[in-house]
Design a protein around this ligand. Structure first.
Ligand SMILES: Cc1cc2nc3c(=O)[nH]c(=O)nc-3n(C[C@H](O)[C@H](O)[C@H](O)COP(=O)(O)O)c2cc1C
Length: 213
């Protein structure tokens, strides 16, 4: 077993330059995402979502990217969860993908907004029935006395909705994150990684810059 301090990898699979990324970071993200899928990256659509609470405490957790709609990054969750409350207070969020197999990282900063309920509805009904019941059974982020609360609630709802269409809970749905900055990171040898940052703030057009690693 290695000492934690001795665990390190050299990155040397690829390089990234200003020409290759082009001028449209969404198009480039899509290209990298396809490459990550082709490389069979595990949990390729898993991304760390960072939010900030009303007390100015940052919180990070993994959620799944479920679409790139009109250049916005969509994920689904419980609107009453801790992250939902954070976003209501402060819609500035950050997303992060780490595609280890390709030695790549993508950091996105943006503004999260609830998507239209019809879109959440359509996605909700595309999920397996078990997940649909799960959305009803779990008051996400609240303290529960023990596991049986969940299992009992699930069993009760399973009976209730047997053979019926399960409605989408009001409190469940998607957020779309409109990016204001996107950074592409490609690991390189000797820690001299490539970092290309796109920013646009409130402007429609993207500015591109290279950052020191
Ligand atoms: C691989 C993976 C995928 C996940 N996907 C989601 C997701 O899409 N939506 C979600 O609400 N939680 C997802 N979770 C659970 C969250 O990480 C988190 O535990 C939950 O959303 C509660 O977070 P909160 O209390 O900060 O709101 C996922 C966890 C993992 C490890």
């Amino acid at each position: 077993m290695k000492e934690i301090a001795d665990i390190r990898n050299e990155y040397q699979l690829a390089a990234l330059d200003e020409m290759t990324v082009g001028d449209d970071p969404i198009a480039f993200f899509t290209q990298w995402f396809i490459e990550a899928q082709k490389a069979e990256v595990d949990e390729v659509n898993a991304m760390a979502l960072a939010t900030c609470s009303a007390e100015n405490i940052p919180h990070t957790r993994i959620v799944l990217l479920k679409g790139l709609e009109e250049d916005e990054f969509v994920f689904y969750t419980n609107y009453n969860s801790s992250k939902g409350k954070d976003i209501e207070y402060n819609p500035n969020v950050s997303l992060l993908f780490f595609w280890k197999e390709l030695e790549r990282q993508v950091r996105i900063q943006g503004i999260a907004k609830k998507i239209r309920p019809e879109i959440s509805e359509a996605y909700f009904h595309s999920r397996p029935p078990g997940s649909q019941i799960g959305a009803w059974a779990s008051e996400q982020s609240t303290i529960i006395p023990d596991r049986t609360v969940l299992d009992d609630k699930y069993a009760e709802l399973e009976q209730e909705y047997m053979g019926k269409r399960i409605p989408k809970p009001e409190h469940w749905g998607g957020y779309a994150v409109k990016p204001v900055s996107i950074e592409f990171w490609q690991g390189r040898a000797s820690r001299l990684h490539d970092r290309i940052l796109f920013t646009r703030g409130n402007n429609p057009s993207w500015q591109k810059a290279r950052l020191a690693p």
